[in-house]
Design a protein around this ligand. Structure first.
Ligand SMILES: Nc1ncnc2c1ncn2[C@@H]1O[C@H](COP(=O)(O)OP(=O)(O)OP(=O)(O)O)[C@@H](O)[C@H]1O
Ligand SMILES: [Mg+2]
Length: 140
C-alpha cells in the first residue's frame, strides 16, 4: 500500500497506526536514503505502542537500542555501518526475532539475507524536502 506523507508528523501517524495492529514477534524492515524518515517512522511506532517517542535515536553506532515501557518492547537496529551480516549475527539478531517484541531495522537491505521472509517492509522515498512516498508491504 502506497501512502504519501507531507510532514514528519504524518509519517509518525502512519507508523502509529501500523503499531495498533502489531501482536509481537514482527520484524519491520525500513529502507530509504539518508534523512528519508526511517528514525521518524520508529518514533511513530513508539507513539502507537504507548512508549516514549523521545527516547528514539538512530542506533547507527551502537547498532541496537531497546525501548521498553510501551505495549510491546521494541528492538531498534541500524545496518548502515555494519560490515555484512556477521556483525548483526554477533549482536544476536536471530535471538531478538524470538523475543516476542518488535524488531525494527533501518537500512535493512544491507542485511537482507538475515531478514525473515514474513517481515513488514517499509520503503520511504523522498519526493521533495518534506514530501515522502511510503510503501508499506505486508507479508504474504
Ligand atoms: N514527511 C516527512 N516524513 C519524515 N521526515 C520528514 C518529513 N519531512 C521532513 N522530514 C525530516 O526529515 C528528517 C528525517 O530524519 P530521520 O533521522 O528520520 O531519517 P533517517 O531515514 O532515519 O536517516 P538515516 O539514514 O540518517 O538514519 C527529519 O529531520 C524530519 O524532520
Ligand atoms: Mg535513522
Amino acid at each position: 500500500m502506497i501512502h504519501q506523507s507531507d510532514t514528519p508528523e504524518q509519517t509518525e501517524a502512519l507508523a502509529a497506526g501500523l503499531a495498533q495492529n502489531l501482536r509481537g514477534g514482527e520484524c519491520i524492515a525500513l529502507d530509504g536514503p539518508l534523512g528519508a524518515g526511517k528514525t521518524q517512522f520508529v518514533r511513530g511506532l513508539l507513539r502507537g505502542l504507548g512508549g516514549r517517542p523521545n527516547a528514539v535515536n538512530s542506533p547507527t553506532y551502537v547498532l541496537l537500542n531497546v525501548y521498553e515501557g510501551g505495549r510491546l518492547p521494541v528492538f531498534h537496529l541500524d545496518a548502515y555501518r555494519v560490515h555484512g551480516a556477521d556483525d548483526f549475527e554477533a549482536i544476536g539478531f536471530g535471538e531478538l526475532l524470538e523475543q516476542g517484541g518488535i524488531v525494527v531495522v533501518e537500512w535493512a537491505q544491507r542485511i537482507e539475507e538475515l531478514l525473515p521472509a514474513n517481515r513488514i517492509s517499509i520503503v520511504i522515498e523522498p519526493i521533495d524536502e518534506r514530501r515522502r512516498q511510503i510503501n508499506v508491504i505486508m507479508p504474504g
